[in-house]
Write a protein that binds this ligand. Structure first.
Ligand SMILES: Nc1ncnc2c1ncn2[C@@H]1O[C@H](COP(=O)(O)OP(=O)(O)OP(=O)(O)O)[C@@H](O)[C@H]1O
Length: 465
């Protein structure tokens, strides 16, 4: 259905191109002066004649290397500067006026200014660099500022290493911003690059040919070379964005090796169980005091249920225990050095990653080459909560209740000493809820779990009283 629609759309586009070519041909025949408006047929003939010569390809290669070189330098430097500006406020403040100037100064002024300092041969590289840099800087910085903080919190709780955060959480979120910047940058690179070649009259470039066409009033030449610029710009955009897409998809995937090795999980000694003790704990948001002078002990090796009215501060308490909030006063003991896992109140996932990848990344071991065995293990867990055959589906394609079950499986799959469950059975129908509660009860047995719920029946079924 979707493919048919795309085919139809592409067919329509070709018809539109044919329509404008025909209009152009008719107009040029009406005017009848090839110098003023050369016909598409004459332009096509000239282009074919040019394409047949080796010199043509040398010129194209020469300009392409310079323009694409400037573009690659621009995206690399722009993205790196954006990361630094995001990390250090001072750098962002320092870059701000420079970026504003780079964005607003007319290209012609920059070209003339640069011509005073550098040779015309290097002019297009510099101009393209200066055009691409602010675009990538702005886009990547915008992307970094819109990174989902909840995903960061998830990474904190599961203590994911930096490279895992970068590969499976950061880059997938940044990719749309990078792609948009590159698409805009490539178009501008060809326009500004060839303009620099024309003004600088750099030898052996497309720009020089455009300049000569103007001097000798060779309108067919002018349009033939312009057509080539359009084609190159279009091809490079498709090629570059296609490569980015491929790299993005590769980064998101986790290869599953069928090495047949046995799973050598070293039995990590279980951290000695401890009680979690809250002493005079208080937490306020501005004037609003959510938790006041709370002292409580959550015993080791047990599931403790936390029930209180909506807005009483249950989620805030779990966030304090997970280290995502800092108390205003009081103390929490018994959490130091213990591995945490959680089903969060919000559903926090790498939306574009598969269910398998979302679950797999919280167990950091051998991530680069996970065993087939690991895959089967996760599959079995998912089957236990009624999720058959959704391992390779993207999380964003799942229903609310399915996502909730994936969150639960992920929480149990991580290595953990203490587990926080914040209303984990939301969005489940009665029979699925019973299945999932039974699974939860089995997994929690003998371990330290803090379980927030509104439902007395859930409490009874999971902790048995
Ligand atoms: N980041 C925040 N900034 C300001 N106020 C907040 C913030 N987070 C929570 N609160 C406030 O703290 C109070 C307790 O919120 P919390 O989410 O902990 O309640 P809850 O008991 O989990 O509620 P529910 O059962 O409805 O999920 C609420 O009044 C809420 O508005």
């Amino acid at each position: 259905m979707m493919q048919n629609k795309r085919k139809k759309q592409s067919k329509m586009r070709w018809w539109a191109v044919a329509f404008w070519l025909l209009a152009w041909q008719i107009l040029s025949m009406q005017i009848g002066q090839e110098i003023l408006i050369v016909s598409p047929v004459a332009t096509g003939k000239r282009l074919i004649w040019l394409i047949c010569g080796i010199r043509f390809w040398k010129i194209i290669l020469h300009s392409t290397i310079r323009i694409m070189g400037g573009f690659l330098l621009g995206i690399f430097a722009g993205s790196s500067a954006a990361v630094l500006a995001f990390r250090y406020k001072r750098i962002e403040e320092l870059c701000y006026p420079m970026i504003c100037v780079m964005k607003t100064t007319p290209v012609a002024s920059v070209i003339i200014l640069l011509l005073m300092w550098i040779s015309s041969g290097n002019l297009s590289v510099c101009i393209v660099f200066l055009m691409t840099f602010p675009i990538l800087y702005t886009n990547v910085l915008e992307g970094l500022q819109h990174l989902n903080p909840k995903l960061n919190e998830m990474a904190e709780v599961f203590e994911l290493p930096v490279w895992v955060r970068l590969r499976w959480i950061g880059i997938p979120q940044l990719m749309p911003y990078i792609k948009a910047g590159c698409a805009l940058g490539i178009g501008l690179a060809w326009k500004a690059g060839t303009a620099a070649e024309v003004i600088g009259i750099s030898g052996g470039t497309i720009g020089e040919k455009l300049y000569q066409a103007k001097i000798y009033l060779e309108t067919a030449d002018l349009l033939a070379w312009t057509t080539m610029i359009l084609v190159m710009s279009y091809l490079f955009e498709k090629l570059f964005l296609g490569m980015l897409d491929m790299a993005g998809e590769r980064l998101k995937r986790i290869q599953i090796s069928d090495s047949g090795k046995t799973d050598e999980v070293k039995n990590v000694p279980v951290k000695e169980q401890q009680d979690i003790i809250l002493t005079h704990l208080s937490k306020s948001y501005g004037e609003h005091c959510v938790i006041q002078n709370l002292s409580r002990t959550f015993p080791r090796g047990q599931t403790t249920c936390i029930m209180a009215p909506s807005g009483a501060g249950k989620t805030t308490l779990l966030r304090l225990l997970m280290g995502l909030e800092v108390p205003n006063s009081g103390r929490i003991t018994g959490m130091d050095g213990r591995k945490k896992s959680a089903v969060f109140q919000e559903q926090i996932f790498g939306e574009d990653l598969s269910v398998y990848a979302n679950i797999r990344i919280v167990r950091k071991r051998k991530l680069f080459e996970p065993e087939k065995q690991e895959y089967e293990k996760i599959k079995t867990e998912l089957e236990a909560v009624g999720l058959l055959d959704c391992m390779d589906q993207k999380v964003k394609e799942l229903s609310f209740g399915m996502r909730q079950r994936v969150a639960l499986v992920r929480a149990f799959y991580a290595d953990w000493d203490v587990l926080f469950l914040d209303e984990p059975f939301r969005g489940l129908d009665r029979s699925t809820r019973e299945l999932v509660m039974e699974y939860t009860k089995r997994k929690c047995s003998g371990k330290q779990v803090l379980f927030v719920t509104h439902d007395a029946e859930e409490k009874k079924l999971v902790i048995g009283k």
